[in-house]
Design a protein around this ligand. Structure first.
Ligand SMILES: Cc1cc2nc3c(=O)[nH]c(=O)nc-3n(C[C@H](O)[C@H](O)[C@H](O)COP(=O)(O)O)c2cc1C
Length: 151
């Protein structure tokens, strides 16, 4: 089974931090959403993760654009970092892949350092996120998704 995570992390590298830890501890490849071109071979992978910071309550457009091309039958999972982890920010992108016949196996979200707008003036919020516990939880999440998919 081959797994790849397609990500964008443009605000403070918060989501990349999560993806890097997952890649260090699980058998997954990482690719930036902006590097997914026409030559990307979906058939090389069984399980696709989509990872993003959240802007205006949704995944970054670059990640959503890739998700819009997913072929039917793939397993998918979602990872995000956000300011306030109080709702399912993956709901929209999940709907997109489900409509294309992919299967959603889970979502993991945690807080990330945020200096959007006036927050900058006070040094931002969530300065120490994602923290060690959140990174560990992300790894456990991906391991669990991989096991679920194997069954
Ligand atoms: C333009 C902008 C819009 C944002 N919108 C939201 C939002 O709607 N909800 C939220 O919880 N966080 C929001 N955030 C905070 C980011 O999602 C958070 O800092 C995230 O960890 C950034 O991830 P990244 O460093 O991987 O890009 C926003 C940040 C920016 C810069």
């Amino acid at each position: 089974m081959k797994t790849i995570i397609i990500y964008e992390s443009k605000h403070h590298g918060n989501t990349k931090k999560v993806c890097d830890r997952v890649a260090a501890e699980c058998q997954v490849e990482l690719i930036e959403a902006g590097s997914v071109g026409a030559d990307f071979n979906w058939e090389d992978y069984d399980l696709m993760g989509f990872a993003s910071g959240i802007a205006y309550s949704k995944f970054y457009d670059s990640v959503s654009r890739v998700a819009e091309q997913i072929p039917a039958g793939k397993g998918t999972f979602f990872i995000y970092t956000c300011a306030k982890n109080d709702k399912d920010f993956a709901a929209k992108i999940k709907k997109v892949v489900e409509e294309r016949g992919a299967k959603c196996l889970g979502t993991y979200g945690c807080r990330g350092f945020n200096t959007y707008g006036p927050l900058k003036l006070i040094g931002g919020m969530n300065k120490s996120n994602p923290n060690e516990d959140e990174l560990k939880a992300a790894v456990e999440f991906v391991k669990k998704v991989e096991k679920t998919y194997e069954k």
